[in-house]
Design a protein around this ligand. Structure first.
Ligand SMILES: Nc1ncnc2c1ncn2[C@@H]1O[C@H](COP(=O)(O)OP(=O)(O)OP(=O)(O)O)[C@@H](O)[C@H]1O
Ligand SMILES: Nc1ncnc2c1ncn2[C@@H]1O[C@H](COP(=O)(O)OP(=O)(O)OP(=O)(O)O)[C@@H](O)[C@H]1O
Ligand SMILES: [Mg+2]
Ligand SMILES: [Mg+2]
Lengths: 256, 256
């Protein structure tokens, strides 16, 4: 199983939209996918149609209570091959609850070890922060996918993200590899997006995906129907962009 | 001094853009403003031209060390009447450092009490979370301004925000009032924005500002010059929108 953490502490850069849609497109190509919602906002869970107010047990219970296995909270979704380990708002308590736990950054990794080997990929949606939930995702993952909006504040935030990745790689997870940087919410009509993209490509070179996720309204509508984009509107530009990303991700992981 | 906390745990909904530009427009109208950067990302500090890698002392030192007064870290900006209490990346350590401090949610309020009475408004830019830094801002504030992008995930996040505001009002700050909900990043050409806006107005009624901050590229460019929008481009739609908000905010606080 290949575990991909989708992280960026910058808010609103498309982490959830990417986690949900990459997972769904991979499942539609026949892979078995576990989408893990690591964000107390629980938006990935909403995006695949989970009623987060009706769930009895979620990622919170698994992280806090070693007695509850990850398998016990997994739900199917309407997409064949796509399962989800949902979050609820209670997950916001986890960082304080685990503060004195030995090996608190490795709690999620410990849960993953109990999973039966039925999944090809695990995709983890992270909250907009570099605190304990994100670090748990980075400690359990082999690959890191960074969605990045091509604007100034998001670009500035990359320094802090890479510092954290560096520390995690040195102290907690030497297997962590940067799968790629994904340009998101891209508006090709503005010089700002084009300039920031060329700056990012100049600096990070082939780490930047060829795929660009364009700013298209269907991608913002789909969550209101609780559906990934390829289910909501198979012919949309958003679906085309995310299948393009899916092929590029498969190409990059197979090269190893 | 009226303290306005600019909060929303949803990432990327325009908190920093609103904090920086509302502060600058108020200062341009002659008010004395202290902008407080409560976010380890330090984007409000960048947005007014602070070099966050050269600052020796920041909000982190003030919150951790009762010996350092808020006044000691305040910097002028190029906008007359606008001062800033900057953040640096070290602020991300504060939530863990303060976890065992008695009255940890009131630490910032304690710092504010030592300020000389020279400011008309204090505007606090919050991180995308409802954890200790945001709660410190809510505990010290009289007014809460909520920037909200008119899309599905942001709208869903309002429940969690209001639960937190409710708890803070009951246990920590009975003076906290909701100044208003500000529609941001608005794209009037899409039905999604119009539908969500009418839903939000139907539910929150006069709490929603009349002012709408439109999605206009100059607002995303200005931070790269380290300038608020009315300094970067006085004739832009973004400047017009934020002066409109400024008048509406002044109207609402004077009504009390
Ligand atoms: N390519 C796109 N085109 C149009 N809208 C998009 C696109 N990607 C994301 N959105 C919308 O933009 C908003 C922010 O996206 P999203 O929630 O996926 O970002 P995020 O990084 O997960 O945010 P957070 O930091 O709060 O977790 C959402 O309302 C989403 O529906
Ligand atoms: N009205 C607008 N028009 C165009 N771009 C905007 C507008 N408001 C904000 N932006 C841009 O959108 C991005 C997100 O805005 P901003 O950083 O202010 O949100 P935030 O809520 O502070 O994010 P975070 O949750 O990460 O703190 C930034 O790149 C910003 O420059
Ligand atoms: Mg998200
Ligand atoms: Mg911000």
């Amino acid at each position: 199983m290949i575990t991909i953490a989708v992280c960026n502490q910058k808010g609103g850069c498309g982490k959830t939209t990417t986690s949900v849609n990459l997972s769904s497109c991979l499942a539609s190509k026949g892979y078995k996918i576990l989408l893990v919602d690591m964000d107390p906002q629980s938006h990935a869970s909403l995006g695949v149609g989970i009623d987060i107010y009706k769930i009895e047990r979620s990622m919170y219970n698994v992280l806090i209570n070693q007695e509850i296995k990850l398998e016990e909270i997994i739900c199917k979704t309407e997409v064949a091959g796509l399962d989800i380990a949902p979050a609820t708002l209670s997950l916001s308590g986890v960082e304080i609850d685990l503060v004195n736990t030995i090996g608190r950054e490795g709690v999620f990794k410990g849960c993953v070890n109990t999973l039966p080997p039925k999944y090809d990929f695990m995709i983890i949606d992270c909250p907009p922060s570099l605190s304990l939930l994100t670090v748990n995702a980075l400690t359990a993952a082999q690959e890191l996918l960074i969605p990045l909006q091509m604007q100034y504040y998001p670009m500035e935030g990359m320094k802090q993200l890479f510092k954290t990745v560096d520390i995690v790689t040195k102290r907690l997870n030497s297997n962590l590899n940067i799968l790629g940087i994904l340009p998101t919410l891209y508006d090709g009509r503005t010089n700002l997006c084009k300039d920031v993209l060329s700056g990012i490509k100049g600096y990070f070179k082939e780490k930047v995906f060829e795929t660009i996720i364009n700013d298209t309204i269907k991608l913002a509508e789909a969550p209101s129907a609780g559906k990934p984009i390829n289910i909501y509107d198979a012919k949309s530009k958003g679906t085309e962009d995310y299948f393009k990303l899916t092929d590029e991700v498969l190409g990059r992981v197979r090269q190893k």
